[in-house]
Write a new protein. Structure first.
Length: 744
């Protein structure tokens, strides 16, 4: 039977209603009932159709609005990273807000703040800012306006504390009672019924801000910008069952909060109920993004300790633990010779697994040395540095890969031991300016480019497959030069650095063509700006093409090259680890002007060739002696020969800054570049607490590393070279600051 429309059904019902069957009213009643029922069905059908259309239109508008606004509501999937990555890549953008319910059933709202929306970055916690949810706001309202029910707040714990200076939650303080973080914005003061040991303040993103230390008082302020506070109560209270917090709002209204029955939580002794752990499965851990500290995780009990960390070398670590990745792979990369000093493991309850389960002195961990029961890990580094600040900055260059290293299938390239190339430098003088108003047509700075010769010497067998080499940037003295096919391959100080494992990079520092055009001595750069530019560009080229370590740069200069080396350290665009200078011509006035062969070049570059025409404003920062100090020492005011006479040097009270650890090597018989200049600079540096030193060799003249007594003879590339004490001491100086170890 064909399906009837509502209209056809109604006509049939009317016919039945109007017929007289067996002269009874049955047909009338049946027809009327059918007609009423059909009318109702018809209306219900059309109402539902209209509603469905309206709902579909609304859903379409909501979907369109969601796409425009960039916000998403997601279903929880496995973990945070997987949940976030459900957002289609084409819809991701900076500023997007996502919402999802976590495993505890709480709504989480987050906003993405990075430009890179790739899977690797999209999953990282560091790019997501946690926004306040309904529960956060509810707790804040309770604290500000009424009595807080302790059951609505995170639990209190025994035997734990919030670490000072870092705010990290730490176990290992017997008897202490910890109040977990509570919202406190809108308050100006908190008062307890017991004395607090410490309050730790955090911002809206739960990041450590500052601390307050009490010990003998029960009141502490709430600084501006504080959103959460964690409180250490200490072990000096007899009644731990009634801890009262009284908060004073900024409008001076009081809020009383009663925390009851802490003793009922004894079953949670030492257990951390919620630890933030971040696993970057697709990328790894960039320590540049971590908050590092001069501190350590103690092997005895697994606790974080910021107060007794080892110095020189410095212990450096993160302030938190990390989940062990599913790959069971943990690899330290970009750290040079530094290894994990120790890796410590913890189980799913955050209990330390013990010193016997920890691992020492390694860069790589796999399932073979990660305990089966380990859920979390953390680590200590032992970083060679001259200060804890330098150690922390060095460690920020390290990274941790949480997956196996990909196999390198590229072809091995064995580099030549001698490599020559050129770089372009700008010969236009950048410092000859007039300190008065000028017409626009008189102000002119433009490129005037010349090629400078460079030489890179490499230890035999170095290749693209081997570890990147540390490099000594080698600045020559007057009388030597780098040409298009010759340099320092047979020069004992350079060969000694090769022998120790370094690459050696030398530049001429003065383009041959420019010298020829202007009648200059090609072997005397006299510290000019092109020498600094040339060394920097040559180093960039070597790093890109010869597998050189950008984080392993050292500098050496002798005689006139000593000035260039010091200029490169201060003015070049590299973080030089350490520098040594031998008999340096470090002063334009007291060194360079005493070298007759340098006068023509000094006149060309700086506009003076005698004491009468010299002035410090003409050298504009290219003179190490007059740079970075609180006083330019006038040597005529002291009793001086080649060196200061006894007692005279102590009269110098001024200060000097050195950008990196600097060591001078001078001879007391050097009349070419008198050593008193080096003495002045080091004395000023030591007055300022700088890491610097000056070694003086009695009876030795100019260039002590070649004139001092021979210690031994080495064979390198079938040739014999005499090695002196200054050469060895220079290598040892570099080794103290991350250079290759010297083993005699």
């Amino acid at each position: 039977m064909a399906t009837k429309t509502f209209e056809e059904l109604k006509q049939l019902a009317i016919q039945i209603r109007d017929e007289k069957t067996n002269k009874q009213n049955t047909s009338t009643r049946v027809g009327t009932a059918m007609l009423e029922h059909i009318n109702k069905l018809e209306q219900d059908y059309y109402d539902k159709t209209q509603t469905d259309e309206e709902l579909k239109e609304r859903d379409d508008k909501l979907t369109e609005l969601e796409k425009k606004s960039g916000n998403k509501i997601l279903e929880w999937n496995t973990d945070v990273a997987t949940t976030r990555k459900q957002v289609p890549s084409q819809e991701r953008k900076s500023g997007m807000i996502i919402s999802y319910k976590n495993l505890d059933g709480d709504w989480v709202n987050e906003q993405y703040i990075h430009k890179d929306v790739s899977n690797a970055q999209w999953a990282l916690d560091i790019w997501w800012v946690r926004l306040a949810n309904e529960k956060d706001l509810y707790l804040a309202d309770l604290l500000l306006e009424s009595v807080i029910d302790f059951n609505t707040l995170p639990i209190q714990l025994y035997d734990c504390y919030w670490a000072k200076d870092t705010g990290v939650f730490t176990k290992g303080m017997t008897g202490w009672v910890v109040l977990k973080k509570i919202p406190c914005f809108g308050l100006q003061q908190i008062e307890l019924n017991v004395n607090a040991i410490r309050a730790i303040y955090y911002d809206a993103n739960d990041k450590y801000l500052s601390q307050w230390t009490g010990n003998s008082t029960n009141k502490f302020p709430i600084p501006e910008g504080t959103v959460y506070v964690g409180i250490n109560i200490g072990s000096n209270i007899s009644d731990k069952t009634n801890i009262i917090i009284k908060g004073t709002r900024k409008d001076n209204k009081d809020v009383n909060t009663l925390f009851e029955d802490v003793s009922s939580l004894n079953d949670k002794l030492g257990k951390v109920d919620d630890i933030e752990n971040t696993v970057f499965e697709e990328f790894g851990i960039s320590l540049e993004k971590e908050k590092l500290a001069h501190a350590s995780w103690q092997s005895s009990n697994g606790a974080y300790n910021v107060e007794n960390a080892q110095a020189s070398p410095y212990w450096v670590t993160t302030e938190r633990k990390f989940s062990i990745p599913s790959s069971k792979e943990i690899h330290l990369i970009n750290s040079g010779d530094v290894k994990f000093y120790r890796v410590l493991f913890y189980d799913e309850n955050d209990d330390y697994l013990g010193i016997d389960k920890s691992v020492t002195n390694t860069k790589d961990l796999t399932s073979s040395n990660i305990p089966n029961e380990a859920k979390y890990f953390t680590f200590n580094f032992s970083v060679p540095a001259s200060s804890k600040e330098e150690a922390i900055n060095t460690a920020k260059n390290y990274s941790i890969s949480l997956k196996a290293q990909e196999e390198d299938t590229s072809q091995e390239i064995i580099y030549n031991e001698k490599n020559f190339f050129t770089v372009e430098v700008n010969a236009h003088n950048p410092i000859k300016t007039v300190l008065t108003a000028q017409e626009q047509t008189q102000i002119k700075d433009e490129p005037n480019m010349y090629e400078d010769y460079c030489q890179l010497l490499l230890p035999k067998g170095h290749s693209n497959k081997k570890a990147p080499l540390k490099v000594v940037v080698f600045f020559h003295g007057g009388g030597e030069a780098v040409t298009e096919n010759a340099g320092f391959e047979n020069f004992a100080p350079a060969v000694h650095f090769l022998y120790r494992g370094y690459a050696v990079l030398a530049t001429n520092g003065l383009p041959h063509k420019l010298a020829s055009e202007n009648g200059l001595s090609v072997s005397r750069p006299v510290g000019n700006w092109m020498a600094v530019e040339s060394a920097g560009k040559a180093l960039d080229y070597a790093i890109k093409n010869f597998n050189i370590d950008r984080d392993g740069v050292y500098a050496y200069g002798y005689s006139q090259g000593g000035m260039t080396a010091l200029n490169f350290v201060d003015l070049g665009n590299f973080n030089v680890k350490a520098v040594t200078v031998d008999s340096p011509a470090a002063s334009m006035k007291y060194s360079q002007l005493t070298i007759s062969d340098a006068l023509v070049n000094l006149q060309y570059f700086y506009g003076f060739n005698s004491l009468e025409t010299f002035s410090y404003d003409k050298v504009s920062g290219l003179d190490p002696y007059s740079r970075n100090c609180t006083e330019i020492v006038d040597a005529s005011q002291y009793v001086i020969g080649n060196l200061f006479l006894d007692g005279e040097l102590d009269k110098i009270k001024s200060l000097r800054f050195f950008k990196c650890p600097t060591r001078f090597f001078i001879g007391d018989a050097d009349s070419t570049c008198k050593g008193f200049v080096s003495q002045v600079m080091v004395k000023q540096g030591k007055n300022a607490g700088q890491f610097c030193d000056c070694s003086i060799y009695k009876g030795v003249g100019h260039c002590v590393d070649r004139l001092a007594t021979t210690l031994k003879t080495i064979s390198y590339n079938s040739k014999e070279y005499d090695i002196t004490q200054p050469m060895v001491d220079m290598a040892i100086w570099f080794s103290r600051f991350g250079g290759y170890t010297v083993v005699e």
